[in-house]
Write a protein that binds this ligand. Structure first.
Ligand code: 2AM
Ligand code: CA
Ligand code: CA
Ligand code: CA
Length: 266
């Protein structure tokens, strides 16, 4: 039976607002910070409690639905069949810790692997980007009509400058790309950066290593305004495995894939 998407959208919005309020409250008190894979890979107890909150709400309201989150509160997800919620409770944890802003909750709801509802919620700015498959993209419920296509030399590209100095096979291509575009930005939250491409604040965003919860919500937003998101080689993003990610306005996408691929094949 097809889920009631109107009801699920309403539920999801209610939970996002509630989770956002809990996060704002948590910022008023001390919270624990741990490093995961290294000093630039942080997690706090707020990341974990926020994910647990979504998992509890979703599993009690929709017991047949499945759940994938960064902090692993649910059991491992191995299949995309049925209704799957993919959630990053705090995207931009380093910003959360250091700036207490510029982070977002990211959420994508999929039916048999097809994106149905996407949400990126900037808790502090109170800016909710949300998309409904086939109905469009909205910023605080105001519809975004279209994005402007720009050539590479007029494009603003979001990326992390650390990738430019690391000894990576794609280093030369990334440097050439940065030299060819109008400018770069680095906001430190993949979900927000994807939302910014979808709302014309940037033209593209690239990352060498993202996980499904980083891009699940953003990819659904982008799809509704005719933007594209893929691996660097142009292949489809996996919702179960991590890897590279390039997203942009549709006309720019092939140019970026060609530029990024050049390094991969040499
Ligand atoms: P996170 O804050 O949820 O970890 C910039 O760091 C962007 O890359 C953020 O969206 C961040 O998500 C994501 N990211 C993915 N893998 C990361 C890692 N190993 N360390 C830091 N950030 C990571
Ligand atoms: Ca993380
Ligand atoms: Ca993330
Ligand atoms: Ca996270």
């Amino acid at each position: 039976m097809e889920p009631n998407w109107i009801e699920i959208e309403k539920q999801a919005k209610t939970w996002l607002v509630e989770a956002g309020n809990k996060i704002k409250k948590a910022l008023e008190q001390p919270f624990t910070i741990d490093a995961k894979s290294g000093p630039d890979d942080l997690v706090t107890d707020v990341d974990k409690s926020t994910e647990a909150y979504f998992y509890q709400q979703i599993s009690s309201t929709y017991p047949t639905h499945h759940f994938l989150g960064e902090e692993g509160v649910a059991k491992e997800l191995t299949s995309l069949s049925g209704t799957v919620w993919i959630i990053d409770p705090i995207d931009g944890t380093m910003n959360f810790v250091h700036q207490q802003q510029n982070f977002a909750i990211s959420m994508g709801v999929f039916q048999d692997g097809v994106g149905k509802l996407g949400f990126v919620y900037d808790v502090i700015k109170n800016e909710l980007f949300h998309a409904v498959q086939g109905e469009g993209l909205f910023v605080n419920d105001k519809k975004v009509e279209s994005v402007k296509e720009r050539p590479l030399e007029e494009a603003i590209i979001g990326l992390n400058a650390n990738w430019l100095v690391e000894n990576h096979p794609l280093q030369t291509n990334l440097i050439e790309l940065v030299q060819s575009c109008r400018g770069t930005r680095s906001y430190g939250s993949a979900a927000l950066e994807m939302a910014y491409v979808a709302t014309d604040r940037m033209d593209a965003y690239i990352s060498l290593n993202l996980s499904p919860w980083d891009y699940a919500g953003g990819a659904i937003l982008l799809n509704e305004v005719n933007c594209l998101a893929s691996r660097f080689d142009g292949s489809t993003l996996s919702l179960l495995d991590k890897g590279t990610m390039v997203c942009s306005k549709s006309n720019l996408h092939q140019t970026l894939v060609d530029r990024l691929q050049k390094g991969a094949s040499e």
